[in-house]
Design a protein around this ligand. Structure first.
Ligand SMILES: [Fe+2]
Ligand SMILES: [Fe+2]
Length: 394
């Protein structure tokens, strides 16, 4: 409890300008907790003109006020109170409202207790009885300033966090828009290439879907987990349609030739992976970080590579062939085999799977081929749901 006689009723010291300007704000709310009603009355008269004071006669009542949503800059609590003592009260306030500045009033024999509270961080400052009006007012003013600094720091931190999150979101949006704009361009080219290839039907749509499911199937079985994630799955579904984009650069006389190609014509045809990759690279120039276009580049350039190195594109072998291109090759082949082409009837699902699994030693990544077999019923259901409507396609 306060030493009543220690207080004088002199006028409090004049506030510096900067502090005076705070007086009008709600930041000068102070909660005073003491079990002596007379003392509270005295403090009310002494401090009421300078601070917006609220009073509580015990710790529980003080906590109720704080928990009800009332906001205080400073809590001034007496150490010796029945029930919850001052250190316990300030410890709870520290946990629940750490921004409130906590001041403890102690008697001379309680210094050890007060110091413990101080070291534990529950108390910002303690006042030892008897203390003068001046000291009490100065301690509260100091506490209000400290509270203001803490609040300002918190607001600055929150603003910085908000700005950082907003900036991240904005950048992601910009990147997504740029991605989308570039993808739209390449998608238009892919559709153009598809239109020229007279018999593709929903080939691109089916291959994209198969690629997505193969990537998910691989991940679920624990294969290539260092490469496959949500982004990879999204990107392969979108980039798969780009695999034959290079066909826009192949003359109709070769691309649409009904009969077998000559050796010279094959030479021209074998350039379409390179043409496709160069087309995508030109569009990627403005945004080299676009993951979907980067994958599209890999897929276009490498989709005719063979697992044993006998394919064309760059002549890569095994796992040197980008994973997206290995998945695409399996999906592309499955769709080509199971759909009708001018030169062949559609294969059954079982025959197509058997062929691809057999080719797992030479043509295809054996793990991807095995995954196709494992999720075969899903792939077949998707193929049937995406079957070409009118014209036989492949
Ligand atoms: Fe191709
Ligand atoms: Fe294809």
């Amino acid at each position: 409890m306060f030493d009543f006689d220690a207080f004088t009723f002199e006028s409090p010291p004049a506030l510096p300008c900067s502090l005076g300007s705070l007086a009008a704000g709600s930041g000068r709310r102070v909660l005073i907790v003491d079990d002596e009603p007379l003392l509270l009355d005295h403090l009310n008269r002494m401090l009421g003109g300078q601070f917006d004071c609220q009073f509580a006669t015990n710790g529980e009542e003080a906590l109720r006020l704080i928990r009800s949503g009332q906001r205080f800059s400073v809590v001034l609590a007496d150490l010796c109170m029945p029930g919850m003592n001052g250190v316990q009260l300030l410890g709870k306030i520290q946990e629940e409202s750490p921004e409130v500045v906590r001041i403890l009033i102690t008697g001379s024999g309680d210094v050890d207790t007060a110091l413990r509270g101080l070291h534990e961080g529950a108390i910002y400052r303690f006042l030892q009885k008897p203390c003068s009006n001046e000291n009490v007012v100065a301690a509260i003013e100091d506490g209000i300033l400290r509270h203001r600094r803490k609040a300002t720091l918190r607001i600055d931190r929150e603003r910085a966090q908000f700005a950082m999150q907003a900036s991240k979101g904005f950048n992601a949006l910009l990147e997504e828009r740029l991605d989308q704009a570039q993808y739209s361009t390449v998608f238009a080219l892919a559709k153009l290439a598809e239109e020229r290839d007279d018999c593709t039907g929903k080939h691109l749509e089916r291959v994209s879907t198969f690629c997505r499911e193969l990537a998910i199937g691989l991940l679920e079985a624990g294969h290539y987990v260092d490469q496959i994630d949500d982004r990879f799955i999204r990107d392969i579904e979108r980039s798969a349609i780009l695999h034959d984009i290079g066909k826009v650069g192949i003359p109709d006389s070769i691309l649409l030739k009904p009969g077998k190609l000559t050796a010279e014509e094959w030479e021209v045809m074998r350039k379409h992976p390179q043409i496709g990759a160069e087309t995508i690279a030109a569009i990627m120039h403005a945004n080299p970080s676009s993951s979907v276009l980067r994958m599209g580049y890999d897929v276009a350039l490498n989709h005719h590579e063979m697992w044993d190195g006998s394919g064309y594109g760059q002549g890569l072998v095994g796992e040197n062939i980008p994973l997206a291109a290995r998945i695409l090759k399996v999906a592309d082949c499955y769709d080509a085999l199971t759909t009708i082409r001018p030169y062949k009837k559609p294969w059954t699902h079982a025959d197509a799977i058997a062929h691809i699994v057999r080719g797992g030693e030479t043509e295809f990544d054996p793990i991807v081929a095995a995954t196709l077999r494992r999720i075969g019923s899903l792939i077949e259901a998707l193929r049937l749901s995406l079957a070409d409507d009118v014209k036989a396609a492949g």
